[in-house]
Design a protein around this ligand. Structure first.
Ligand SMILES: Nc1nc(=O)c2c([nH]1)NC[C@@H]1CN(c3ccc(C(=O)N[C@@H](CCC(=O)O)C(=O)O)cc3)C=[N+]21
Length: 283
């Protein structure tokens, strides 16, 4: 078993982003973070993102809305950031309070500022293999595989979880890399049987140690994208590591790479790169 560490890769991505910040504009890029409510885990995650911005030469601006904010109020706040020329990227922290229409809020982010890759535009571009911003955790997973010499082409990949910003886009990106992708979820029958067949396992359920170590096929590559309180992943790490050829630790695996991608895409947005293009057939 070898560890698929994310800290070194994140460092590389961030160093590169820091070097390219200001390249075109002469000013620092700016990431706006938006948080509705005061969920303690979300507050911590947003703070981590802001700290990483500061260390990378990226300005950040924070918009805090009360948990009682309406969909209209959240959409209005995001629309304003979208129109603000000083803002290059917008991150709306997920999850939002239950009464808010999260999809409507995400769609208020203009595609060119969707550095978190959460809009329908970004998802479609990702699914069609067109230029655009990728969802940060799924993008980070593919970068981790690349950095460790894992080519998904022709491999059986099992993604556990189908959330709009994690499992589903992760499946699309693995498909784009020619993996044979199975998406498992809460209604999947015989989950263990699916996982036992997998050359690459991506765990994105959000349940601590939900994926049992003895489900892992010997030699498989295991990516744990679970964020649970207390820094516990979705995979039973100690048991899984005895079977896996490569496995991401938690912490120090997918998490740091996720944030690195967010900042990389913020710099790209500021430099006018990754700007989604409308593709016309010309026919
Ligand atoms: N719109 C949106 N985009 C997101 O990307 C998003 C989100 N909402 N909501 C919540 C999840 C969670 N998330 C994490 C990112 C990095 C770490 C991370 O770097 N964790 C450190 C540990 C941190 C610690 O020590 O507490 C690690 O894994 O090494 C964790 C969690 C992004 N998310």
């Amino acid at each position: 078993m070898a560890l698929m560490s994310g800290t070194a890769l994140a460092r590389e991505i961030l160093d590169d982003a820091a070097r390219r910040a200001r390249a075109r504009t002469g000013r620092k890029p700016c990431l706006a973070t938006v948080l509705a409510g005061d969920d303690p885990a979300s507050v911590t995650y947003v703070r981590m993102k802001q700290k990483r911005c500061a260390a990378t030469g990226i300005d950040s601006r924070h918009v805090a809305l009360p948990a009682s904010a309406t969909t209209r109020e959240l959409v209005a706040a995001i629309t304003e950031l979208g129109e603000d020329e000083a803002v290059d990227g917008i991150l709306l922290q997920h999850p939002v309070p239950r009464h808010i229409d999260e999809r409507a809020a995400f769609e208020a982010i203009p595609p060119g500022k969707d550095v978190d890759g959460v809009t329908m535009h970004s998802f479609a571009a990702m699914a069609f293999g067109l230029p655009g911003f990728v969802s940060c955790t799924p993008g980070g997973i593919v970068r981790l595989l690349d950095a460790h010499g894992v080519d998904p082409a022709g491999q059986r990949a099992v993604v556990i979880g189908r959330s709009p910003i994690l499992g589903k886009p992760a499946a699309m990106l693995l498909l784009a890399r020619d993996a044979t992708v199975t998406v498992c979820h809460s209604r999947t029958a015989n989950l263990a049987e699916h996982v036992r067949q997998a050359d690459i396992v991506v765990a994105a359920v959000g349940k601590p140690e939900f994926v049992r170590g003895d489900w892992i096929k010997p030699g498989a590559v295991v990516v744990d994208a679970g964020y649970n309180p207390g820094n516990v992943g979705d995979v039973e790490f100690d048991q899984a590591r005895q079977r896996a050829s490569l496995i991401t630790p938690v912490p120090g695996g997918v998490g740091p790479v996720t944030i690195a991608l967010l900042l990389e895409q913020t710099v790209a947005a500021a430099n006018g790169e990754g700007q989604p293009e409308i593709v016309q057939s010309g026919r």
